[in-house]
Ligand binder design. Structure first.
Ligand code: ADP
Ligand code: MG
Length: 238
């Protein structure tokens, strides 16, 4: 577990600034949801935290380190995207252990780490299957399993449920919350879905046009929206 801090972070693509000084404090073990309309800068913020985009100005901290210049693999984070492509030609167990095998972790130890992760995710009976033999929800769980076996300090999720059908999305929300309650890993979860944010977050960061519009618990935002944008977006009666 680690804290994550954004200090006045800016991002420009060419001459166009898309994030205009974003500051966010995330506590150890917190489940924070970044929510806001499409194009407001959520993915860019997450990609900078993961080290997949350069930071134009400001600082990003993970624990007690400024990570602005640190390559992704040294940041001790695991990211799950919406397009969680699994390797089709290897089994579920091999998919889950793949990043460990790249790091040179021994087969026996990989198996030791895959087993409990598979159990948490209800995948134990599917470890020898291939991705094509799984349902959409099972594949998404394998993608989460890949992140879990790495035992990172921080999980990053970018709209991980948006390719699933509505019913599955609802059940996966509570599965992900249960998972967080067991592992207590600091989590930054991006979605454009207000209901997902309201039901999953310890703390919600509402973003609007490259800025933070408000930070608070789901109840705070619903009861005391700071402005009309937040009220309208969250759907509270301001
Ligand atoms: P969100 O995830 O909230 O939908 P993004 O972070 O993907 O938003 O995008 C924020 C803004 O940055 C958008 O206006 C988008 O067009 C722009 N943007 C994102 N990535 C790039 C890029 N690689 N080059 C130029 N503009 C980009
Ligand atoms: Mg996005």
């Amino acid at each position: 577990m680690a804290t994550v801090t954004f200090k006045d972070v800016r991002k420009a693509f060419g001459t166009v600034e898309v994030l205009h000084g974003v500051s966010i404090d995330i506590e150890e073990g917190e489940f924070v949801v970044l929510v806001g309309p499409s194009g407001c800068g959520k993915s860019t913020l997450l990609r900078m935290l993961a080290g997949l985009e350069h930071v134009s100005a400001g600082e990003i901290w993970i624990g007690d380190r400024v990570v602005n210049q640190l390559p992704p693999k040294e940041r001790d984070i695991a990211m799950v995207f919406q397009n969680y492509a699994l390797y089709p030609h290897i089994t579920v167990a091999e998919n889950m252990g793949f990043s460990l095998s790249l790091k040179g972790v021994k087969k026996a130890e990989i198996a030791e780490r895959v087993r409990p992760a598979a159990e948490i995710l209800g995948l134990s009976h599917l470890l020898d299957r291939y991705p094509r033999q799984l349902s959409g929800g099972q594949r998404q769980r394998v993608a989460m399993g890949r992140a879990i076996v790495r035992e990172p300090q921080v999980f990053l999720f970018d709209e991980p449920l948006s390719n699933l059908d509505a019913k599955l999305r609802v059940s996966m929300r509570s599965e992900m919350k249960n998972l967080h309650q067991r592992l207590k890993t600091t989590t930054v979860y991006v979605t454009h879905d207000q209901i997902e944010a309201m039901t999953m977050a310890d703390k919600i960061v509402v973003m609007h046009d490259g800025r933070v519009a408000q930070v608070g618990t789901p109840l705070d935002l619903y009861d005391k929206p700071d402005n009309l944008f937040v009220a309208g977006f969250i759907g509270s009666p301001a």
